[in-house]
Each structure stands twice: as C-alpha cells, then as structure tokens.
Design a protein around this ligand. Structure first.
Ligand SMILES: Nc1ncnc2c1ncn2[C@@H]1O[C@H](COP(=O)(O)OP(=O)(O)OP(=O)(O)O)[C@@H](O)[C@H]1O
Ligand SMILES: [Mg+2]
Length: 212
C-alpha cells in the first residue's frame, strides 16, 4: 500500500434551499483551481442502490413513514455509499465533497422527526466506525427564505412538504450540532448574496486545505 495522505472529507449541510447544490459547484471549481483531486457526491444516494433508497425516502406517499424506518433507510444508504464510494476515494488521497451527510440525519430525523440523538449516534458508530467529516460547511438561513429559494427549483418532495415548524426544528438542530463542536464546523450565513457566501466558503476551504 502506498503512503498516500488521506483526502479530506468535506460535507455541505443546511436546510431546504440554503444553496448547497449551487455552492457545491463553487467548491469543486475551487478544488479544480488548486489542482486537488476529489469526488463529488451526495446523500442520501451516491451509489445505484443508495440512489434508489433516496427515491423511496423523497417520494410523497399516502402511508405515514415511521421515523425509525426513515432513519434506518438513511443509514442503509449511508453504509452502502461509505463503503463503495467514500472510503475508497479517501484512501486514494482524494477529497470527498458530499452534499449532506450524517449531520442531516441529526437535523431531520433527530430535530425534525424528534428521534433521540443517542439512537442516531449509535447507528453512526455502527455504520461509520470512527469516520467523521473533517469539516462540515453549514449554510444557515431562515427556513422561510430557504423554502422560497427551493420553490424555484421544482416540485416539493416529501421533506419539502413539511410544515414550517419542522424546518425550524431542523435549523435549530443543525445549529446545535455546530455549537457542540465548533472546530469541525463552519457556520456560514447564507442569507447574504451568493458572492459573499462564496467568499466565506473560499476562506473556509483555504483553512481546511492548510490544516494537517
Ligand atoms: N445566497 C443566495 N442568495 C440568493 N439566492 C440564492 C443564494 N444561494 C442560492 N440561491 C438560489 O436559491 C435556489 C436554491 O439553491 P440550491 O438548489 O443550491 O439549494 P439547496 O440547498 O441545494 O436546496 P435543496 O435542499 O432543495 O437541495 C437556487 O435558485 C439558487 O440560485
Ligand atoms: Mg440541492
């Protein structure tokens, strides 16, 4: 085995319409400019099976989805994605840039659905072992603004069809995660114009690339 340094594992987080997909393009452009090799992926999803689980999770349905069933589907997709895609890329020295990861589970299934964070932490340990993102870029904006932005990008999925109270809980949970571990999180104000958000992201990336 070659002595390659592990790549950095960066996740982009935040509620509906905060600008994750838009800024992911900015991040990959930045990585291209630096000559850093990377893969870009997303959760839930990132492999054919995990993408099928994503469709099942996002699809609107008449049947109420049990929160624990939802949680287990998220982690089933994650186990597949981690082992097939993320770990091999990191082992090859590539950066992994992922649109949502386990913080989204703490925010949506924990904050939004009300599941105990301790249960999520157990599954996190089982599925991920000690693997955690090197840095979480958390885009933060009032969900009213985020949903207005998201409305312009297509029909609402099962999560986007929730009530405002759900999105407020999601935002609060994300912020609590960031406050609990400030050295791993970059809390980025996403209410400001895109160019300003991207200045903050560039500064954060510089710091991550410069760190060991
Ligand atoms: N800082 C910003 N100011 C104004 N508009 C923005 C900003 N950031 C993103 N947008 C716009 O908001 C819309 C939603 O952005 P985007 O799809 O990137 O969000 P997202 O976080 O990926 O959403 P989702 O959670 O639905 O995947 C897009 O039309 C995008 O151009
Ligand atoms: Mg998106």
């Amino acid at each position: 085995m070659q002595d390659l340094p592990q790549g950095k594992f960066i996740t982009l987080e935040g509620g509906e319409g905060v600008g994750k997909s838009t800024n992911l393009r900015f991040i990959t452009q930045w990585l291209d400019e630096q000559g850093i090799s990377y893969i870009q992926t997303r959760e839930p999803g990132g492999t054919p099976l995990a993408e099928q689980l994503r469709s099942l999770l996002l699809e609107k349905r008449d049947e109420r989805v049990d929160p624990t069933a939802e949680l287990l589907m998220v982690f089933a997709a994650r186990a597949q994605h981690l082992n097939q895609v993320i770990k091999p890329a990191l082992a090859q020295g590539k950066w992994v840039v992922c649109d949502r990861f386990t913080d989204a589970t703490y925010a949506y299934q924990g904050g939004g659905r009300g599941l105990d964070w301790a249960l999520i932490a157990q599954l996190e340990q089982t599925v991920q072992g000690d693997l955690r993102p090197d840095s979480v870029l958390l885009l933060d904006v009032d969900p009213e603004i985020g949903l207005q932005r998201a409305a312009s990008t297509g029909a609402a999925d099962r999560f986007e069809s929730e009530q405002m109270d759900f999105f407020r809980k999601v935002r609060a949970a994300y912020r609590k995660r960031a406050e609990g571990n400030p050295e791993c999180y970059q809390l980025i104000d996403a209410s400001v114009p895109l160019e300003e958000v991207q200045q903050s992201l560039a500064a954060a990336l510089q710091q991550i690339a410069g760190g060991s």
